[in-house]
Design a protein around this ligand. Structure first.
Ligand SMILES: NC(=O)c1ccc[n+]([C@@H]2O[C@H](COP(=O)([O-])OP(=O)(O)OC[C@H]3O[C@@H](n4cnc5c(N)ncnc54)[C@H](OP(=O)(O)O)[C@@H]3O)[C@@H](O)[C@H]2O)c1
Length: 338
């Protein structure tokens, strides 16, 4: 399969990415058990279909090791030149404490070793506690490592607009912020997207299909019982739907999105993904993949030929206007983690 050109984005001068990224939290163990052999095979299938960009983290179980293994096998089978077609975006989520140069470098070196790369394409930094200003020390050290060539680009995850602004105005070049963004969680529309647009920061989004809840599988279905929520992702977004307006309203949303999907002969997940890809400042949508367990390669490929129109927007927004205000309830992007 060859994805159309609309699937690609020149994310930075040196990185051309697929606008649907393969999310690897799903290999962490919290979404069912993963067989490493089948997982790496599935990485080849995604890559060969055109889904060449992976999102991972230091704490997603073996995710960084899988990138290393995938790259070694890719180089062995197709030559080292093929490696230039892979983009792997990791995260560093440190425990609070002193952010000494040695500590920061040791963590970056660990990711380099695990992923078997000389330089990280994108390092997305997370911080748990804004009251602890040492996140600025950490970012300063990361910028030093970027100058040394160990990191190509610096990014953030789950930072709110205020602290993103502090960092950007402090002179650190941030290329993206990874946040929850879906029809259900539209908090980025309030402040984040405008700041990002004005400062050339891209949004990489997660939760866009609500762990699979925002798909045909749940149209007309009763509220999932606790035992059915068998991935960390389903549990996370089921709570989000409760906070947003509950299962009845969610069914109204699924019904409206299903009508839009029918108009375009695509799936509900396709509409959910395209809706967010169309939002200002959004660079890409990360869709979680239970590598080797389930895959939606052919279905997700349809997103790149889908163009939602004003009538679609009106139909969806009519339901969304009946939801609670998550910004008022939770706060800006990432506040749910703090
Ligand atoms: N920075 C952060 O704090 C943070 C937090 C969460 C996630 N993330 C990132 O975002 C990624 C996405 O994770 P998520 O938890 O937000 O999950 P998600 O992408 O909302 O949901 C993933 C699940 O959606 C289902 N799915 C995908 N495409 C589908 C399609 N076309 N039709 C029907 N179902 C489809 C699959 O379910 P089945 O496997 O059951 O088929 C898949 O496992 C993670 O892997 C991670 O990289 C980051």
């Amino acid at each position: 399969m060859n994805l159309p050109q609309t699937s690609r984005l020149q994310f930075t001068p040196d990185l051309n990415i697929c606008r649907i990224l393969n999310g690897m939290w799903q290999v962490s163990g919290a979404h069912g058990s993963i067989d490493p052999e089948r997982a790496v095979q599935s990485m080849f299938e995604h890559f060969d279909a055109g889904f060449t960009t992976f999102d991972l983290a230091d704490h997603y179980g073996p995710a960084e090791d899988f990138i290393g293994e995938f790259r070694r096998r890719l180089a062995a089978a197709r030559g080292r030149d093929a490696l230039a077609q892979v983009q792997a975006f990791t995260k560093w989520v440190p425990a609070p404490g002193p952010m000494t140069p040695a500590l920061v470098e040791a963590n970056i070196d660990r990711a380099l070793r695990r992923m078997d790369v000389e330089s990280l394409d994108l390092l997305q930094f997370h911080w748990w506690e804004y009251g602890d200003q040492r996140y600025l020390d950490a970012l300063g050290r990361l910028a030093d490592l970027q100058r040394k060539g160990k990191i190509k680009h610096l990014a953030l995850t789950n930072f709110d607009t205020e602290h993103l602004a502090t960092i950007v105005r402090g002179g650190i070049r941030i290329v993206s912020n990874q946040v929850q963004y879906s029809m259900v969680d539209r908090r980025p529309q309030l402040r984040m997207a405008e700041f990002c647009r004005a400062h050339g920061v891209g949004l990489l989004t997660y939760g866009t299909v609500c762990g699979g809840l925002l798909s045909d599988r749940y149209l007309g279905a009763p509220p999932p019982r606790r035992a059915e929520l068998n991935t960390a992702s389903l549990q996370k977004y089921s709570r989000m739907i409760d906070a947003w307006g509950g299962w009845d309203l969610f069914q109204k949303l699924l019904t409206a999105v299903a009508e839009v999907a029918r108009r375009h002969s695509v799936s509900i997940a396709n509409v959910a993904t395209a809706y967010i890809l169309d939002q200002p400042a959004v660079a890409g949508v990360i869709l979680g993949v239970r590598l080797g367990v389930s895959a939606h390669i052919e279905d997700n490929a349809r997103v790149f030929n889908l163009k939602l129109d004003a009538e679609d927007g009106t139909r969806i927004d009519a339901v969304l206007s009946g939801s609670r205000d998550l910004f008022a309830a939770i706060g800006d992007c990432g506040d749910e983690y703090r």
